[in-house]
Design a protein around this ligand. Sequence first.
Ligand SMILES: Cc1ncc(COP(=O)(O)O)c(C=O)c1O
Length: 319
Amino acid sequence: MRFRHCPEGNEMEKAEKIWMNGSLVNWEDAKVHILTHALNYGTAVFEGIRVYQTPKGPAVFRLREHITRLFDGCKVLGIDPEFGGKTYSIDDVIEAVKTTIKANKKVDYIKPCVFLSGEEVGLNPVGVPASLAITCIYMGSYLGSASTDGAKVITSSWHRPDNLCGPSGAKVNGWYVTSCLAKREAVRQGAKEAVMLNSTGHVAECTGENIFILRNGKIYTPQASECILEGITRGSVIEIARSMGYTVTETQLTRTQLVTADEVWMTGTAAEVVPVTSIDGRAVGSGKIGEVSEKIREKFHEIATGEDPKYDRWLEYVN
Ligand SMILES: Cc1ncc(COP(=O)(O)O)c(C=O)c1O
């Protein structure tokens, strides 16, 4: 069954079962009450995780790192991992993710979400019960043909919220309103993505991706303190690029450095590695996909699909 997340987006496919607080329920029965605290106030944390087909069967890319980040997010929000009367460990949630994948036919993306599920009016989150839902879908390519043809991006007029407004480094659902505003701006301008600056005017990241540049043969990406989500793909790409012999520096980047870079690419679980070919109507480098971004994109794909045994430790096999 196909569904479309936005008119400009690609179609995605629903799965059959969703895991909710320890039970597998049918897709159409995974419902919450209108007064759910998280629905009204954004009090939830989530993850986006990819499953790849490998020669050894389906494998989840860096599952432990994703679930650890989910638990870190719960800690930041003060949510205890108790769902449906049971306390869950990271290992329990890893198993629940695998169970959910096995219960569905066609899965390439998993979205676990911990949310304050109590029916509440009022901001006080203390004592409001939490739930965990694990949804699987078939997403395909998140940014469509941009993965292979290169993406046109804009700089958003919305800033990435800073660390004084809330936990920039956590995947808090309410935080994503800014990303949605920036994405709307991009789509309305015929672009695939939006780059968000932070409150000091430095480059932070895109709406759901981190960003890298290549200048004079060296790779740079905004450092963690620039109000970014420390992406798991970002960390993987830093390690891959270093092992390929490139110097990678986590630093502050200005908008000028971004638009005059020789190459630019984005990284994220949904998007994977996507070269950027234009920013605010200015061509990046030659305006064609850069050689380094292409090499990294290919290597990332090889690793994620189980074709490089050196990185087998990043794959959690489902069966
Ligand atoms: C705001 C934001 N930045 C960056 C990323 C990339 O993170 P990851 O590579 O862990 O998916 C994401 C996606 O989760 C995101 O939502």
